[in-house]
Ligand binder design. Structure first.
Ligand code: TTP
Ligand code: MG
Length: 353
């Protein structure tokens, strides 16, 4: 049985701006661009009460909340704070898996701090973060990564949620399927149409029936609905790419006219996911096509940003390999360069001491 903690900073970029400029402390605040086509990176909780959200176009946010103050992000400061927070984690365990600048999994199964109480460790970490950075973080404590991540969101902001092994069954019973990573709004709606709303609904079903609704995701979904997750906390793994893809209910004609609009629809989701990796250097982008016979092809090109012109030419190249087969899946990918060495050094230091 593992003891996992998931820590996630509260409205991270916005919280840093509120900390560094007292004039922003008690007003609705967002971080992002103000141009016509800009989107927000994030916003504080006051802005959220107006319905403002991460990745929302700034213009829409201003309509929802006319007094919203939008400021530009300062990535180097966020990176510094992130390193500070990681150094706090490292006082408690070597097993740290950062997911982005503001969140990480910690495996404290073998930690002797706080007499081995993961709950007390999580509380100490939250307190240290507050004292040393002036920012609040929320924590989830659970026997695995899946539950710890959901738990850290339960009592946000500045909250903690502990799911002890004995409470897992109760917790997942009423858990909405939309909280499960991998289930976006579309899949959630589809599940609802088949009568699945919570983990309890999934548990009463079986993998075969689930497959008809969510395909190959069925097995994992079934397992998660019992609160199960055997994944280890992997320290020092760096994310090499982010991708979004879509399998179509009916195969698509292998022409640019048919496929390009579908790629255009995927771009906002990729942009949203990229938002969390603004500190990473983009080095390439790519397109994946899976054909009706389940064979797939990937084409890539070096590039320092998400560029629709390049995507269009990559699509042409990928389609030239279709040899009359229709398309059943389209994916777009961004590849990152190596992470800055100094952030890895920061993580290494406490282990050497
Ligand atoms: P999140 O942890 O998803 O959001 P958050 O910390 O702002 O708010 P919460 O209290 O709900 O955790 O993301 C961390 C940071 O990553 C966020 O402050 C800004 C950045 N980000 C983007 O730039 N674009 C995005 O679409 C998202 C989701 C995050
Ligand atoms: Mg956060």
């Amino acid at each position: 049985m593992r003891k996992i903690i998931h820590i996630d900073m509260d409205c991270f970029y916005a919280a840093v701006e509120m900390r560094d400029n007292p004039a922003y402390a008690n007003i609705p605040l967002a971080v992002g661009g103000e141009g016509k086509r800009s989107v927000l990176s994030t916003c504080n909780y006051m802005a959220r009460s107006f319905g403002v959200r991460s990745a929302m176009p700034s213009l829409k946010a201003k309509m929802l909340c006319p007094n919203l103050k939008v400021v530009h992000g300062r990535m180097s400061v966020y990176k510094e704070v992130s390193d500070q927070v990681k150094a706090i984690f490292a006082r408690y365990t070597d097993l740290i898996e950062p997911l982005s600048l503001d969140e990480a999994f910690l495996d404290v199964t073998d930690s002797e701090h706080c007499k081995g109480s993961a709950t007390l460790i999580a509380e100490e970490i939250r307190q240290a973060i507050f004292l040393e950075t002036g920012l609040t973080a929320s924590a989830g404590v659970a026997p695995n990564k899946f539950l710890a991540k959901i738990a850290s969101d339960e009592n946000k902001p500045n909250g903690i949620c502990v799911i002890s092994p004995g409470k897992v069954a109760d917790f997942v019973h009423s858990l909405s399927l939309k909280k499960i990573p991998g289930i976006g709004p579309k899949t959630f709606e589809k599940l609802n149409r088949h009568g699945y709303y919570t983990c309890a609904d999934v548990r009463q079903s079986n993998i075969k029936q689930l497959q008809m609704v969510v395909g190959s995701f069925a097995q994992l979904l079934y397992k998660r609905s019992f609160g199960e997750d055997n994944r280890e906390v992997v320290s020092h793994r760096e994310r090499k790419s982010v991708a979004v893809e879509r399998t179509f209910s009916e195969d698509i004609v292998n022409s640019e006219e048919a496929c390009w609009p579908l790629i255009e629809k995927l771009i906002p989701s990729l942009e949203k996911r990229l938002g969390k990796y603004q500190d990473r250097q983009i080095v390439k982008q790519g397109i994946k096509l899976k054909f009706a016979d389940f064979n797939q092809t990937t084409v890539e090109q070096r590039s320092s940003k998400l560029d629709t012109g390049i995507l269009q030419s990559l699509l042409q190249k990928a389609l030239s390999r279709s040899s009359d087969r229709k398309v059943r899946l389209i994916g777009i990918t961004i590849g990152f360069g190596e992470e800055a060495k100094n952030s890895i050094m920061q993580l290494d230091l406490p282990m050497v001491q």
